[in-house]
Design a protein around this ligand. Sequence first.
Ligand code: GDP
Ligand code: CA
Length: 315
Amino acid sequence: MTGHILALCGGVGGAKLAFGLARLLPPDRLTIAVNTGDDFEHLGLHVSPDIDTVVYTLARLSDRVRGWGLAGETWAFMSALGRLGGETWFNLGDTDLAMHVLRTQRLRDGETLSRITATLGAALGLSHAIVPMSDQPVRTVMDTDVGRLPFQRYFVGEQCRPVVRAIHFEGAAQASPSDALAQALSRQDLAGVIICPSNPYLSVDPILAVPGVRSALERVAAPIVAVSPIIGGAALKGPAAKLMAELGVTPSATAVARHYQGLLSGLVIDTIDVGETAAIADLGIAVSATDAVMTDDGDRLRLAGETLDLVRALA
Ligand code: GDP
Ligand code: CA
């Protein structure tokens, strides 16, 4: 297959597939557009959790046991912060801090998040394009049974315990896609779009909420293929299944297919869900069933390869 691949990606789940894609495709054939709805200002710092997860994962610096942040991290800053009575609900590791400090400084100097992400990624040896979905602020906000919560208050502060009634992407209407995302969407040689196995509601919907993204995807001639983050009716990690249930959707691969209906031409599901093939095919979506759990680098490469195979088969 020739041509360019655009991947839409959140944090931990998406980054695993993005890692595989980046191993299989040269830098000039892959754009990884990342959710920034999770971004927030904390202790005066601009934190971009999903971008950092993707950057650290591709740079092989992420902590695989904890599931987020840097391997070998230390926490002296957090304990000193706590001693002084500062806010400790959101953990910032000692070495991770450098990323947030530099990003914040450069944003204050007027640089775009796109440019900052590119230069910090390059400094870590990355040559693939990891781009924010937008250079304007879009902030995910949760309507819950305990009131309206900014995303990180819900996700980290409350550990996703509140019951979610609705999700909003504040600022989305005024935002526009980053230049790199807009360019990828309009490339003549776009060979496929891959929606990584990220949380559909919290990681992919914010990207689709940026004006022009969904309509551009609807016009894209190339296949759009997703990898289901729901396996056996559950999320491997995080609140995706809980959230679906709270929003009145039975969590399943079919529900993921339905969520992306109108965009998808193919969905990669786990073999455990192969019984859902007919239901998904009824939505006009081709199915490829495989081991969709990525435990090691081999899995990441294999699943990325199988996802590209489905893109190719649907071209
Ligand atoms: P976050 O931004 O860090 O919360 O991460 P994402 O939104 O990118 O990913 C969260 C989703 O990834 C969850 O719904 C998980 O079920 C899914 N996920 C995590 N690991 C895997 C995996 O190995 N395979 C698949 N198919 N999904 C995964
Ligand atoms: Ca995230």
